[in-house]
Design a protein around this ligand. Structure first.
Ligand SMILES: Cc1cc2nc3c(=O)[nH]c(=O)nc-3n(C[C@H](O)[C@H](O)[C@H](O)COP(=O)(O)OP(=O)(O)OC[C@H]3O[C@@H](n4cnc5c(N)ncnc54)[C@H](O)[C@@H]3O)c2cc1C
Length: 294
């Protein structure tokens, strides 16, 4: 069996190739960015030409897919790669099983209804397509001689046109890699109060994340830092939810953490039923005191 991995970040490529190795004898990696060594039997590098957008690499990846004829495709769940794998799957007359948290020959486990239920899905066609969350194959070990080829760019029939772009402020630490994530919610009533959470994150050597209202509601944090069903699915060793009520759309993005700590002034907040350690208190008192004590 042959597996095709589509990824743009080195860590994800490494993990997905390792996972692909548990499902298939031959692993081919298609990269749109970083190209790790020794993780696949063959690596095909797709370079997006100046002026093109990464999503337009779909036509090129389709050409690689046709040439390689894999039976399983694993894709990194980034915006670009999700757009690309969807189009490759459509080309193959298949659907993509998304946000898998475990994949075996028996099927893929994932959450649904915003994390209320778990399900196992199995592809019935000739090719199974999955996007897999980070950590899905954390235990697997990558291998491969790693022949590297450059893909010939296939211009799409209807390309997207990049009108403008600008650099946005980065969210600090890489939240996927951070051992500790401190997340701020709507319990923070002024942007300046985020320093309480930022200081704690710095003290713990972790990253600062948030609930969705802090990005889309007030725009205090970059959109790339909100956790939950429509944001990041994180698995740090420690997750500290501060002033977050514990709605399932948020908790589904952190409930696979090693330990969840919650700080909330409402002792009846739902987050206290979903954490390992809960502290009833006002973030204005607790966070500075905690940081000072640490
Ligand atoms: C389709 C859909 C998808 C969604 N996807 C996501 C998602 O991916 N991620 C996400 O986060 N949300 C998502 N949401 C929104 C989600 O349902 C919740 O509305 C959101 O998570 C609530 O954010 P919060 O906990 O910060 O705010 P709130 O629910 O308003 O909770 C704030 C909490 O802070 C506490 N608090 C207030 N003041 C203090 C204080 N001084 N000290 C301590 N505690 C205090 C309050 O007691 C309260 O529990 C989604 C919603 C929908 C409908």
């Amino acid at each position: 069996m042959k597996a095709l991995v589509i990824a743009e970040h080195g860590d994800a490529a490494r993990e997905l190739c390792a996972g692909a190795r548990t499902l298939a004898d031959e692993v081919v990696l298609v990269t749109l960015g970083e190209t790790p060594e020794g993780v696949s039997d063959k690596t095909v590098v797709v370079t997006v030409p100046e002026g093109a957008v990464a999503d337009d690499a779909a036509a090129t990846v389709v050409a690689v897919f046709d040439a390689e004829q894999p039976q399983v495709v694993l894709a990194e769940p980034t915006r670009h790669v999700k757009s690309i794998v969807g189009r490759v799957a459509a080309h193959a007359d298949a659907a993509v099983i998304t946000d898998a948290s475990a994949i075996t020959a028996d099927g893929a486990e994932s959450l649904y209804f915003g994390g209320v239920g778990e399900r196992v899905q199995k592809a019935v066609g000739a090719v199974a397509f999955y996007t897999a969350a980070p950590g899905t194959f954390a235990e697997a070990v990558p291998s491969g001689a790693g022949v590297v080829e450059e893909a010939a760019w296939v211009a799409p029939a209807k390309p997207l046109r990049l009108k403008s772009s600008r650099v946005r402020e980065k969210g600090g630490a890489d939240l996927f890699k951070a051992d500790v994530v401190v997340a701020a919610g709507r319990g923070f009533t002024e942007e300046s109060q985020l320093d309480w959470a930022r200081d704690l994150a710095d003290k713990l050597g972790g990253g600062l994340a948030c609930s969705r209202p802090l990005t889309e509601g007030v725009d205090w944090m970059p959109q790339s830092t909100y956790v939950g069903v429509s944001g990041l699915m994180l698995t740090p060793k420690v997750y500290v939810a501060c002033g977050i009520s514990g709605q399932m759309q948020h908790m589904v993005g952190c409930n696979r953490s090693g330990a969840v700590f919650a700080i909330n002034k409402d002792k009846n907040a739902p987050v206290f039923k979903q954490c390992d350690y809960g502290l009833v208190g006002d973030i204005a008192d607790v966070l500075p005191a905690l940081t000072a004590a640490l």
